[in-house]
Design a protein around this ligand. Sequence first.
Ligand code: CP
Length: 309
Amino acid sequence: MANSLFQKHIISIPELTRSELELIVETAGKLKAEPNPQLLKNKVVACCFFEPSTRTRLSFETAIQRLGGTVIGFDNGGNTSLANKGETLADSVQVISSYVDAFVIRHPQEGSARLASEFSHGVPVVNGGDGANQHPTQTLLDLFSIFETQGRLDNLNIAFVGDLKYGRTVHSLAQALSKFNNINFFFIAPEILAMPDYICEELNQAGINYSLHATMEEVIPKLDILYMTRVQKERLDESEYVHIKAAYVLTASMLADAPNNLKVLHPLPRIDEITVDVDKTKHAYYFQQAENGVYAREALLALVLNEQL
Ligand code: CP
């Protein structure tokens, strides 16, 4: 039987079912334990990044090559005909997608990946991050990291800290975990960077518990996952930024009362919201999380490009 991800566009988390998310997590675990360099043999994948990236682009490229596939693409749009000759994104996507078997795109505009899926030449499009909207493949590696460290995706207490307004990773992860049972969210953010109303409304409709808190210390003893994010300097004026960033810094001493199983995740890059003394604690998992990006993206591409594994 064909898997339901075969040839599917991966644009946003709400379009993936719980069983599809579980299949990707399970497949990532298998590929981490046992690499398979045949799964993308003779496949060409475009990785077109119109916005800077370290982890997403390089882990996609690693995943494609580890599975036996070939990558084409670019790491900024500046040298393309789109930037220099006024070609539209729609036309660029129609052309590039006619060369390849799958098309990965990161673009600063919300909705750009959806637009790409409407103009792709019959090949699946994968959203590598579209503005402040969605980052679904980050969510896949986050889910894999949570499953790897907690052994489950149900019954979790998870805090999101920092910029919850513009942080696309927390939007996607909140939507993904709301498909699982008995999830409790704790949101810790300045008022001006609070979780958007549309996400809170979705959580209300799904009957998911969430609460707002002023400090990390008041929730750390209850948590399984502490998901840190960067406060984005470019969104704030200087005096606001200095005040806010100081209030959302995790240090090793703050983890003194953390449960044994608590893991600290962060999509990275970190600036100074996690001090380096946290790196040596048993709770730090953000670098393993970044490594898991390879296995989660291998799993996704393998399932999207193979009817059966
Ligand atoms: N987490 C993440 O998306 O990192 P990059 O911006 O480096 O790809």
